[in-house]
Design a protein around this ligand. Sequence first.
Ligand code: HEM
Length: 416
Amino acid sequence: MIFKWFDERLEIEKFKAKFLRKTFPSHPTFLLGELALFSFITLVMTGVFLGFLYEPSTKMVSLFGAMVPAAYASVVRIDLLPMGLIVRRIHHWSAMLMIAAILAHLMRIYFSSAYRKPREINWLAGLGLWGLTMFAAFTGYLLPYSQFSVTATSIAYFISKSVPWVGDWMSRLLFAGEFPSEATVPRFFFMHVMLIPAALIGLIGLHLVILVKQKHTEPPANKNRKEAQGGKRLIGLPIWPEQGVISMSFYLFLLFVIVLVSTYIPLNPVETYGPPSPGTPVMRPDWYFLPIYGFLKLIPGDLSFSILGGKITPETIGGVIFPGFLVLVFASIPFLDRAKGPQPYMANPLRRPFMTSFGIAGGVFLCMDVVAGYIDVLHIAPQTMIIYTILATLAAGGISFALLRLYNGKRGNDVT
Ligand code: HEM
């Protein structure tokens, strides 16, 4: 009865027949994009809860007799509420999981060459999603206003100030003036809860609309079956109910794992870090910023020069030029690929020696940059670490390329 009422107005049956009978390929790696999506949904839900209790201000208030910033005090109070601590941990663990899922999803797309024609635009939209997610994590860092928050954010402050020509203007826009200042927390709060989630929702929507329009790549094993069926429809499960039920079960299982992990493994214990103090110790950022942090450590501290009136400092090289270069490499990948014409099937990475070994070398290079973030505790000199990084990258790329060529004989030509 109620359904009929809505159907007469919204044509739900027509929508179901048109959209929900579309097929989703049954390949487990296709759940990685969903993992990123579900982590984002969890982040929004827990974020709404935290938003009601968090106070975006650095004015000093009393907490158990000590004067601390209001933002810090509000997070400590959230932790003391029934369910408060676990919701905050679920929020933080979901952020970790979303970034890890995005990286795994990106690797799946890269190694199976799903970025090829006609999916270049969706690859670029995906890169935008990755950047926005990192930005969301970065702005979230500051909000508890603990010692950790302030050290981690000050690294980014100096990086943004070091952008040639526009650094001063850009840092004032992002940090609402100098950092730390009382205007920064409200500015970051606005970006973290409004601007970035809105941009993420819009871009995820676009990503998925393009996906539906272009259809998914399919496992190569589908080729024969598809051709036998006339070649139009994807081979897989209908979105509703089959795939929908699988996805919902997957989400429930994911929630179970996140709640379990959040119960036992503390993350960002603000009470242990304490509020910011003049002797704030040096702290390493979270794992997903470590490649940039490690790269920064390899640059000699006195390397500074000017170009056309713009000052280039170690922060510019490690924090602006290096990530900018990475973005450029990632963005150009679909346009450097030699395959011509639309590519409906996933490629076999073992048959693409160059692209696969290039991806492996890139991954090893970024992992070595992570290690570089620890050279102080490992007692390795920066120059030695640079040599290790170059050797490991060349060895990983060279060995994997040689092995794949050997495996393929004359067949692997990076076009299949
Ligand atoms: C917030 C982050 C992201 C979300 C929520 C998301 C979501 C999804 C979903 C649900 C799918 C379909 C399932 C799948 O193929 O795994 C998909 C496909 C796709 N995504 Fe993403 N994605 C994100 C980030 C990225 C990134 C970082 C890239 C690459 C730079 C990317 C590129 C693609 C491409 C090219 C497809 C089509 C794949 C195919 O046809 O096989 N996405 N995405």
